[in-house]
Structures are given as structure tokens and as C-alpha cells.
Ligand binder design. Structure first.
Ligand code: PMP
Length: 455
């Protein structure tokens, strides 16, 4: 059941075994470090995610430069994973490196205001339309605080999210729809945590009828949505009219709308918010926004800002972090917004993304596979379904984890790293055109090996 349509199960199992062995064989230093790490890290990895990624021994990085990774065993990789959008601008963008070098030695964290903060929040207002902004350490925190402020503003307790969306390590959003449409904790989540049936409504993306029904009682503080879903294993686009209806339904029911732009910054210099002309009440982001320094941001309307001001007048409010908004992170943001997120950067990322997508589409067509490839700017993902996916619920059973693992290992053993979870690729302004070409050739060879038809 885990074998995507069009692939030969025996060839897939064979590739997985062979590529695993080949990976281990060529990485003695990585393996030794992993064994050492087992004595001081859970799973022997600094974050549990790394243990779940395809390689049996983690890719152990010695350094990263341009859009390439170099491991401790002497291998070089073109990096199309780019730390899941956190390294979107490449690993050493000259404008970011220069700004951070200049700031180091002038204070990294002060817990005071700085001119760069004002420059950044003015720029965010200009780009994303929302007037008021606050700083966090991560996108997870931005979503946590946005959801809290939505409850404070509306006096309501529940939130609504789309099925199989990911918004960070938050208990409130660790919910999915069961096959019979009940809200249940995401598999693998501690059942003694927050009772998500009480806190969270879940509907499928693009399902406006379900959305209308869920908002009708008027008990939802906010809808938290990616403008285009990027985490379900594919790029899932809103159908025509979806965003207009989402805004209309939320407004009519007094529900706030939070747009999570964390992974949709590749859509354009003002994210999807500007690209699609969205009018959210709150916007959240993080990852690449400070050029590699941990940072997140949330923006809000006048109404939410007024509620936030009242709420935080005297106490702590459960908002904020000492490490948020240090001058180092903010300097990174100023460099990213001022010098990196330009029309030229996007033109280059889009051009590379088009080529990367075309190469995958050509392989799908050549082998007549019932698969679909989608793109959002420089973000490209393919799904093992014939049509563009409408929602992540229907897509999920076809994630094809064995195939994703085998393909990841086949490519990485030959110097190409794609996203270790989705198998997708992300273009940075530093991505070499020749690496995109190499990716296309390797993808063709890998699929040829899995179908047994090389022509
Ligand atoms: N929002 C979205 C849409 C994400 O994809 C992620 C992470 N994959 C987050 C929020 C959380 O980001 P972080 O893990 O950096 O806090």
C-alpha cells in the first residue's frame, strides 16, 4: 500500500536496501559521531526529526556554503532541502554574512529597542499590509502568540486549522481528522496533553461547506491557515475563490484570520499575502526571515494591536521571549528584507524552480506515471496522485514513505539532497543552475531504475 502507483515494489525494496548500505559504507566518520552522540542525545541526534529522516546514519555536516553541504566524510551535496525553508537564501548569502559579521561584537541581545527594529517593522507594514508587528524566536512561537492574541481579541476559546497542516510544535495544532471526520490527536502525540477535541476544529483545505459549518456557531477565535499548503507532501493550491470565501466567512462570523507565511515566502517578496491580495488579521513567519539567525515575527491589524496593548498593559501575558528581537537577529532581518528579498532574487529562484519542475514533469510524462508536480515560486513538490491535490487528507495515504526514502538516498548518494520529509526541492538565489540540471538527470535515472523502464 505504501508503493506509489507505477513503481515496482521489488525494485523499490531493492533500491532502499542497496542505497542504505552504500550510504553507511561511505560514512565512517558520520557513523562514529552518531555512536558518540547516542550517549548524550536522545536517538543520538540533536533533534528527534533527524532520526526520522531517510539516511540510517544522519548526514553530518562539516560546513555549508552557497547552496551546498559538505559532510565530515568528505562528500559534497547540492542542497535543495535548505533546512526546510530556514536556509532559503543559501547558506552564506554575501549580504547576510556581511551584516551579521558587522553586528557581531556590537551586541547580540540587549532587551532594548534599536533603530533596526523600527526599520524592519515599517518595512513589514509596507510589504505585508498589516500595521503592527512583534518579534519572536521562531515561527512556532509566532503562531502560538498569534493564536493567544486571537483568543484575547475575540473572547473565544477554539481555533480552526486545515487537516494535516503543520504550524510548528504547538499542542493546539497537533490535531488531524480521523477517516470518519472526527478531530483526533495527531498520531504520535502524547494523548495526555491538550484535549484537541475541545480546542481545535479541523476541516479539509478547499472545503468551504465544512468551513462554513464549523464557523457557524461563532465559537472560533481564529482560522490559522497557510495560504498555499506546503506541508502535506505536495504544494496544495487554493481553488479559485477559496481565499475570498475564507475571508468572507471569517468576517461574517467574527472569526479572525491568521495567515502563516513561514513556508510561502518563496511565492514573492510580500509572500502570498501580497501575491494574492489577502487581508488577514494576523500574519506569522520565521525560518529564513533573519537569514539563519533564529527569529520569528507576527503582524496584526489595528484591532488586534489594541487588544494586545490592553492585554499586556500590566502583566506578562504569556507572550514574548528574552531571546526574541536581539540586534543580531534584527540585523539579519534588515539584510534579508533590504537586500535579499528583491525582485531579482525572486526572478532567479522562479526560473530555477520552473526548470526543476519541468524536469520532474518530463519524467512523469515519459513513464506515464499518475503523479502530479506542483510549484510555488522556487518551491517544487510532487505527489503520488494523478490530479493536483485539493487537500492533504486525501493526499496523506499516498505519501509513499518507502519511495521517498529510497529516492532521497539514491539522490544523496550521488550528491543531491532534497527535502528529507516531502522529497520536494527549494531553490535559493545561490543555487547553481548546473545543480538543477544534475537533479533532473538523477531524478530521471532513479525513476528509470524504479520502473524498470529507462526509455
Ligand atoms: N509554520 C509552518 C507553515 C511550518 O512549515 C513550520 C515548520 N515546518 C512552522 C510554522 C514552525 O517553524 P519552526 O519549527 O521553525 O518554529
Amino acid at each position: 500500500t505504501d508503493v506509489p502507483p507505477g513503481l515496482d515494489p521489488e525494485r523499490l525494496a531493492g533500491m532502499l536496501d542497496e542505497e542504505r548500505a552504500r550510504w553507511i559504507e561511505a560514512r565512517p566518520k558520520s557513523a562514529a559521531l552518531r555512536e558518540r552522540a547516542r550517549r548524550s542525545q536522545v536517538h543520538g541526534t540533536p533533534q528527534h526529526w533527524i532520526n526520522q529522516f531517510p539516511p540510517p546514519v544522519p548526514l553530518t555536516v562539516e560546513r555549508a556554503a552557497g547552496a551546498r553541504l559538505y559532510d565530515v566524510d568528505g562528500h559534497e551535496y547540492a542542497d535543495f532541502g535548505l533546512a526546510g525553508t530556514a536556509a532559503l537564501w543559501g547558506h552564506d548569502h554575501p549580504a547576510v554574512v556581511a551584516a551579521l559579521r558587522d553586528q557581531l561584537g556590537r551586541g547580540s541581545v540587549t532587551l532594548w529597542s534599536h533603530e533596526d527594529h523600527v526599520w524592519v517593522t515599517e518595512e513589514l507594514h509596507h510589504r505585508f499590509g498589516l500595521p503592527f508587528w512583534q518579534f519572536t524566536v521562531s515561527a512556532s512561537d509566532a503562531n502560538r502568540f498569534a493564536l493567544l492574541l486571537a483568543k484575547v481579541t475575540t473572547g473565544r476559546r477554539r481555533i480552526l486549522m486545515f487537516n494535516r497542516a503543520y504550524h510548528g510544535s504547538l499542542e493546539l495544532t497537533a490535531a488531524v481528522l480521523s477517516p470518519d471526520g472526527e478531530v483526533i490527536p495527531q498520531p504520535g502525540v502524547e494523548p495526555n496533553g491538550v484535549d484537541v477535541r475541545e480546542t481545535t476544529k479541523v476541516v479539509e483545505f478547499n472545503d468551504l461547506d465544512a468551513l462554513e459549518r464549523a464557523l457557524a456557531p461563532g465559537d472560533v477565535a481564529a482560522v490559522l491557515a497557510e495560504p498555499v499548503m506546503t506541508n502535506g507532501g505536495a504544494v496544495i493550491r487554493p481553488e479559485p475563490g477559496f481565499h475570498a470565501a475564507l475571508r468572507d466567512l471569517t468576517r461574517r462570523t467574527g472569526t479572525l484570520l491568521i495567515i502563516d507565511e513561514t513556508q510561502t515566502i518563496p511565492a514573492g517578496p510580500g509572500g502570498c499575502t501580497r501575491e494574492f491580495g489577502l487581508e488577514p488579521d494576523l500574519i506569522t513567519m520565521g525560518k529564513c526571515i533573519a537569514g539563519g539567525v533564529p527569529a520569528g515575527l507576527y503582524g496584526m491589524s489595528d484591532t488586534v494591536a489594541a487588544a494586545a496593548a490592553r492585554y499586556t498593559e500590566h502583566g506578562d501575558g504569556g507572550l514574548g521571549s528574552t531571546m526574541a528581537s536581539g540586534p543580531l537577529a534584527v540585523r539579519g532581518m534588515r539584510a534579508v528584507l533590504g537586500e535579499v528579498m528583491t525582485d531579482d532574487t525572486y526572478a532567479r529562484m522562479n526560473r530555477l524552480g520552473e526548470r526543476y519542475e519541468r524536469d520532474i514533469a518530463a519524467v512523469i510524462a515519459r513513464h506515464d506515471l499518475p503523479w502530479h508536480v506542483g510549484r510555488l515560486g522556487g518551491r517544487v513538490s510532487y505527489a503520488f496522485t494523478p490530479d493536483p491535490p485539493r487537500d492533504a487528507g486525501r493526499l496523506y495515504p499516498s505519501v509513499g514513505s518507502a519511495a521517498r526514502k529510497a529516492l532521497w538516498l539514491y539522490m544523496a548518494n550521488r550528491g543531491i539532497v532534497v527535502n528529507p520529509m516531502s522529497g520536494g526541492g527549494l531553490m535559493s538565489p545561490l543555487t547553481a543552475e548546473t545543480d538543477v540540471e544534475r537533479h533532473g538527470a538523477l531524478f530521471a535515472a532513479a525513476i528509470g531504475a524504479l520502473t524498470g523502464r529507462n526509455g
